[in-house]
Ligand binder design. Structure first.
Ligand code: NAD
Ligand code: ZN
Length: 346
């Protein structure tokens, strides 16, 4: 079958033929409906080296945002899973036995250091292929919802959802403000989730005018980059600052924008994986404000994301690519030419 393979560190992936996988015990073979191209894949093939934090040993098939139809059941899979049914894939795969995995939070598996991979598409073969194997308990049913548009929810929906859910206490009550920095795959869905779950005014920023226009359609108030950005954001909040900021870029200047605009007691969540840093001292940050990071989400969160999708509260903006154009999707993602999410439809 055709697949997008990450062959070696610091090397652009290849479109090549690999054997069709067989589902092991407790696993399901999915015929892939859609596989989203996430910006984290760019870190995987451009920046990670052997031993870098988060690096996964090549070769493997990319694609950690996947959906598909059940094609074949491995030994011991429950008869509740039926051939032809559509599922979204929960990507992270932990040991399945520790307290974090027991609560569906494979992202923070206590035995991650001794696991052979992090997730489908991150160390283990992913969904940029015609077929994919997935452990049964990592399947979230989609019912009759469109599985192709659903694919990005596995990460571009789940990650902002988890980050926002942790920050909800900061956004409950009247007159609250949230800031979203970086309006790509994750950020646009982040705006939709904030609008659906909170009454906060959502302020959004990006370097691309088209991304700002799309965020406005999603209900955000937008601010462009530039010298007056911090001042403009503070003005919208009446000078108080934002109660929660979500940085989907994660470079030093965007973390600086978030920490310069956060209110006393507010929360900054850095989601973007770009290695930006933040210097802290007693006088640099507003009193009792928080700066934190976050990684993906739990399987329970993903069920909730699917509920929001089926209720029309999350509407991923998807640009579809055939398998033969999958590498073009990554080239355009790197060039900043994708609006919303590129999804490969094999
Ligand atoms: P994307 O390429 O779809 O979107 C990035 C957006 O940021 C683009 O719209 C771009 O114009 C904008 N941008 C770039 N520089 C900017 C700046 N200086 N100021 C404002 N906006 C700027 O990327 P994505 O797939 O949405 O991923 C976003 C980030 O989140 C990446 O770093 C990715 O690796 C990371 N990520 C983290 C997790 C996690 O679990 N923490 C999960 C998935 C992705
Ligand atoms: Zn575990």
């Amino acid at each position: 079958m055709r697949a997008v393979v990450f062959e070696n560190y610091e090397q652009f992936p290849s479109l090549t033929d690999v054997p069709r996988p067989k589902p092991g015990p407790g696993e399901v073979l999915l015929r892939v409906a859609g596989a989203g191209a996430c910006h984290s894949d760019v870190s995987v093939y451009r920046h990670f080296k052997e031993g870098s934090p988060g690096a996964q040993k090549p070769p493997f098939v990319l694609g950690h945002e996947n959906s598909g139809w059940v094609e074949e059941l491995g030994e011991g899979v429950s008869d509740r899973v039926r051939t032809g049914d559509a599922y979204l894939v929960y990507g992270p795969i932990g040991c399945g036995h520790c307290r974090k995995c027991a609560r569906g939070q494979d992202t923070y598996c206590e035995n991650a250091a001794t696991m052979p991979y992090l997730a489908t598409g991150l160390g283990r073969d992913g969904g940029m292929a015609e077929f994919l194997t997935v452990p049964e308990h990592h399947l979230v049913p989609l019912g009759d919802a469109d599985p192709v548009d659903a694919a990005p929810l596995s990460d571009a929906g789940l990650t902002p959802y988890h980050a926002i859910k942790q920050a909800l206490p900061h956004l409950a009550g009247g007159g609250r403000h949230a800031l979203v920095i970086g309006l790509g795959g994750l950020g646009q869905i982040g705006v939709q989730i904030l609008k659906a779950l909170t009454g906060a005014t959502v302020i959004a920023t990006d370097v691309k005018p088209q991304a700002l226009a799309r965020a406005e359609e999603n209900g955000a108030v937008t601010v462009a980059g530039g010298d007056r950005q911090v001042e403009q954001i503070r003005e919208i909040t009446g000078g108080r600052g934002v109660d929660a900021a979500f940085d989907f870029v994660g470079i030093t200047p965007t973390i600086a924008t978030a920490t310069a605009t956060v209110a006393q007691g507010g929360r900054v969540t850095v989601v973007g994986i770009a290695g930006g840093t933040h210097e802290f001292s007693f006088f640099t940050n507003p009193y009792e404000s928080y700066v934190t990071n976050t990684y993906w989400g739990t399987v329970e969160d993903l069920w909730e994301v699917v509920d929001m999708y089926r209720a029309g509260q999350i509407r991923p903006e998807v640009e579809r690519f055939g398998m033969e154009d999958a590498l073009e999707a990554y080239r355009r993602l790197e060039a900043g030419e994708i609006s919303g999410r590129a999804v490969v439809v094999p």
